[in-house]
Write a protein that binds this ligand. Structure first.
Ligand code: ATP
Length: 218
């Protein structure tokens, strides 16, 4: 069955690491479509530097003309925290429970995943597709979390296509040493990031005067 996946994140800004790693994953496991879902950051958490509208606009520019990707702004339209478990439950209500569905994360996010809101329900709704990321171990922080990971791991790609949910796939994707944090820091220092961003996103950032100053600069 056609395998679709959701890809959540702050995307402040979306960068070539996001796109390249997901393109590689898509090739590897025959992902048909990836829906990028920028999240709403609740008021008590450090706020993204770009507004919701700007983060959405940058995703639109980054994926324009690329049929692999789509954008879903449901989390941006909510004024409550973006809980992946809630979003996935809503997605399933709308799209049914039979279609296989992936949720893409980087290795750093896998390490924190057991602490996510209603983490134990996530694998009822989707497969977790994990992309490699430089600097993060493949080992979970506790024995219990490591056992949980191992009990869901599969290296049988057909399960991702034939079962609606329930597997964790550790993808053998290339390492891209790119993070939004590093990009923002370089831009704060007035340095260029043309090698790390899609050209249209880089242009948008310049036109909007985004990331010119660190948030704590007066
Ligand atoms: P920040 O530096 O602001 O935390 P980020 O670059 O990690 O941002 P997010 O929007 O937080 O970007 O990431 C969304 C998802 O993409 C997360 O699951 C993250 O692990 C993954 N991701 C981001 N950059 C990479 C990368 N270079 N390689 C693999 N996965 C990545």
């Amino acid at each position: 069955m056609a395998l679709h996946a959701l890809f959540g994140g702050t995307f402040d800004p979306i960068h070539l690491g996001h796109l390249a790693v997901v393109e590689a994953l898509a090739q590897q496991i025959a992902l048909e479509r990836v829906i990028i879902m920028p999240n709403n950051v609740p008021p008590h958490r450090p706020q993204p530097e770009a507004s919701s509208a700007q983060r959405k606009a940058m995703v639109e520019l980054a994926i324009a003309g690329n049929p692999l990707f789509g954008l879903d702004d449901r989390e941006l339209r909510r004024d409550t925290p973006s809980y992946t478990a809630t979003t996935l439950a809503q997605w399933r209500q709308q799209h049914g429970y039979q279609q296989p569905l992936g949720f893409i994360i980087g290795q750093d996010s896998l390490l924190t995943l057991p602490t996510w809101h209603q983490a134990d329900t996530l694998l009822n709704q989707c497969h977790i597709l994990v992309c490699r990321r430089p600097g993060y171990p493949v080992k979970m922080a506790s024995e219990a979390h490591q056992r949980w990971l191992e009990s869901h791991l599969t290296d049988d790609v057909s399960r991702l296509h034939n079962e609606p949910a329930g597997c964790i796939w550790l993808a053998d994707t290339p390492l891209f040493d790119i993070s939004a944090t590093a990009i923002r820091q370089r831009l704060h220092q007035g340095r260029t990031c043309a090698d790390l961003l899609p050209a249209a996103v880089e242009r948008y950032i310049r036109e909007q005067g985004l990331y010119r100053h660190a948030p704590d600069e007066t």
